[in-house]
Write a protein that binds this ligand. Sequence first.
Ligand code: F0G
Length: 349
Amino acid sequence: MDKRSGIIERYRKFLPVSEQTPVVTLLEGDTPLIASRSLGSELGIDLYFKYEGLNPTCSFKDRGMTMAISKAKEEDAIAVICASTGNTAASAAAYAARGGLRCIVVIPEGKIAVGKLAQSLVHGATVVEVDKNFDQALKIVLELTEKHPITLVNSINAYRLEGQKTAAFEICDDLGDAPDYLVIPVGNAGNISAYWMGFSEYKKDGLSSKSPKLIGFQAAGAAPIVVGHPIEAPETVATAIRIGNPVRWEQANDAAKESGGYIDLVTDREILDAYEMLASKEGIFAEPASAASIAGLRKSIQEGKITGGSRVVCVLTGHGLKDPTTTRLIKNKVLQSEATSEALEKIIF
Ligand code: F0G
């Protein structure tokens, strides 16, 4: 199957679709698995980045959304709704536009990266900001879907995970087998659960010989799974994973354990350092939440939890341009110069 046909056509036999399913696609998936130039050798591992920021709306959500919106259409929905820290909203808005459905997104006040908000608005979604955080926004959205015939497209929707598991298939297809470890940021905990489904299915079908150990990372101020209880007021620079009570908590925990991996946390400082390093040393601009996987990789290596020489894939969930404001927090700054070549020479050399 042509890789550029979108994930439903490419992996149709693994997905709950039929000939009757109207496929709503923006040709998502087939994202590059980029070999590390410097970090891998520095850490003594064979390292790859799964760059999900190169999906149509610049995050991994598009894999789940092509499934959720196609199935919503098949089930004659007229509208879809989600609560979101930004990326789910952007993806839902785009795929709903593509499918001719109404889209409503509910977002936590003041904590959405500007690019994500711009996407939701330009795709014509009804965007509603509430003076609460993501967890509370999701709760009210759930209440609404119980009362009205609107399809929920958060990752509670099982079709989302079905679509997202295809990223694991692509990694195995590209490498010829599963890697030894997969390192991934964790927010509402849907994606790590989806990867585990994907790796498990491929192994069961004999398309890979093993499954990787999954290592998930939450941000220190929003790490309910790690500390073992919900966080009332989660805080982190990685706004995409600013979540205090993940819906897929147990499934994610089970996935990590079953795989032989674990879920841990990284600080905002570690996230920002990884964010800048990834862009300046590897040439890959990923958003802060994505950099949690890189920060986490460094921590796991330091703690001796990943064996030297292992093949490791870090998932970079979203594109850095979604959140340009955070670049203000990096060390590199604009320099000022008088407009003469002598002054410029002094600064450069
Ligand atoms: N990385 C990015 C860039 C995200 O947007 C999210 C989740 C995650 C990682 C975590 O994935 O929730 O499946 O564990 N963003 C959601 C949203 C919550 O509303 O866009 P997860």
